[in-house]
Ligand binder design. Structure first.
Ligand code: PLP
Length: 403
């Protein structure tokens, strides 16, 4: 993998921040975009823009074709069975809300349970909380002290009442990769539906829905080189077919009477209103880009960077690493006596961008006994030299706070 060549594709990496070359270590929040994706969106607007599925003139046809071709690209990318299983959404949050509103609200009743983990992003906690008004219980599997999921506890907590298990594939704080195949098998053996939050895994490793045998998978394009506001909800066709659409209005209908309507076929039944064609086109181009490099190479590169970052950070006095034993792609840490926002603020003086705060994982922060963390996350365009610069700059942070 030629990282220097890859970097040339990312115009933003040529930027200077405070007279320093940008060191972007916040790709777990959102990735930067290669020129191929930017151009695909520009070309779409310059050449093909029209409202898809609406008419029969040429531009409309082209926009429809591009939108549906992007869906086919996603089908192959995650090894779904067909287009009907791929619903375009804005992001992982929206996908989770659809699962809760369109599936869980109708199928779960008082006394039923949903099993989550303490390491979930808010996107995989807050939507489920809506079920509590129906008397559904939400339970949380704990992590072990090494930051990995406590699988013994998960098994213990499964019961005949567990109707849904929803777990992140990879934690956005600990970087831990959960044993998703095993959790899927345990869920299905128990008769529970299995939902995977793939927001942090799909961008940097091969995720195959057929292999992991999940019932739903959610992920966001913006974390994998594509634009914001395009994401995917994968669902098994036989489950999606039984679900009522939650977002209602235009395009998702077959026929509208004054007081009732019937629904369009899958997947459009879940896509109300004018869709995000340029987002889908951008996502399709991003998938091409990632596949050309090879997701295995991306994953391996992140492993190398994570190992290097951990080695360097362990030598910095006052740093406490909060990543899991099996963490990859990111390093979350604490610097003694310095708030994470102060770390991020001072690193910005050297052009370095890291994430600070609660990481949209407040329950996990409480479990770790902290209010916030600083997180450096890596992607295919990052280098060891950038990590060195980041670690060296932590000395500046320490100097400021010693005064
Ligand atoms: C594990 C995980 N799940 C869900 C999300 C939410 O993604 P989005 O904001 O694109 O909906 C994120 C974003 O950081 C995440 O890391």
């Amino acid at each position: 993998m030629n990282v220097e060549k890859i970097r040339e594709d990312f115009p933003i990496l040529k930027r200077k921040i405070n007279n320093h070359p940008l060191v972007f270590l916040d790709s777990a929040s959102t990735s930067q975009k290669p020129v191929q994706v930017i151009n695909a969106i520009k070309n779409y607007y310059e050449m093909n823009n029209a409202n898809p599925h609406r008419s029969i003139y040429q531009l409309c046809d082209e926009a429809t074709q591009m939108y549906e071709d992007a869906r086919k690209k996603v089908v192959k990318f995650i090894n779904a069975r067909n287009d009907e299983e791929i619903i375009f959404v804005r992001n992982t949050n929206e996908a989770m809300n659809i699962i809760v509103q369109s599936y869980a609200m109708d199928n779960l009743k008082e006394g039923d349970e949903v099993l989550l983990t303490v390491m979930e992003h808010h996107a995989n906690i807050v939507p489920w909380q809506m079920l509590q008004k129906k008397g559904v219980k939400i339970k949380f599997v704990d992590i072990k002290d090494d930051g990995t999921l406590d699988m013994d506890k998960l098994k213990d907590m499964m019961s005949k009442n567990t109707k849904i298990v929803s777990v992140t594939h990879k934690s956005n704080v600990l970087g831990s990769l959960n044993p998703i195949n095993e959790i899927g098998k345990i869920s299905h053996d128990n008769g529970s539906l299995f939902v995977v939050d793939g927001a942090q895994s799909v961008p940097n490793m091969q995720v195959d829905v057929n292999n992991i045998n999940c019932d739903f998978l959610a992920f966001s394009g913006h974390k994998m080189l594509a634009p914001m506001n395009i994401g995917v909800l994968y669902g098994k066709k036989e489950i999606l077919e039984r679900m009522e659409p939650f977002m209602r209005g235009s395009d998702m209908i077959k026929e509208v009477q004054l007081t009732e309507s019937t629904w369009n076929d899958l997947p459009w039944k879940f896509e109300a209103g004018t869709p995000n064609v340029e987002g889908a086109v951008g996502l399709s181009t991003a998938i091409d880009y990632l596949e050309k490099i090879g997701l295995d190479n991306v994953e391996k590169h992140e492993e190398d960077l994570t190992k290097h970052a951990l080695e360097r950070l362990r030598d910095v006095e006052g740093v406490k690493i909060l990543s899991a034993k099996n963490g990859n792609g990111m390093v979350s840490f604490h610097l003694s006596g310095v708030h994470s926002h102060d770390i991020a603020y001072i690193l910005n003086d050297s052009g370095i961008a890291i994430r600070s705060g609660h990481m949209c994982a407040q329950p996990l922060m409480r479990r770790l006994g902290v209010q916030s963390v600083a997180r450096a996350s890596f992607y295919l365009y990052n280098t060891k030299e950038e990590i060195d610069k980041f670690v060296d700059s932590l000395e500046n942070v320490k100097k400021v706070f010693k005064k």
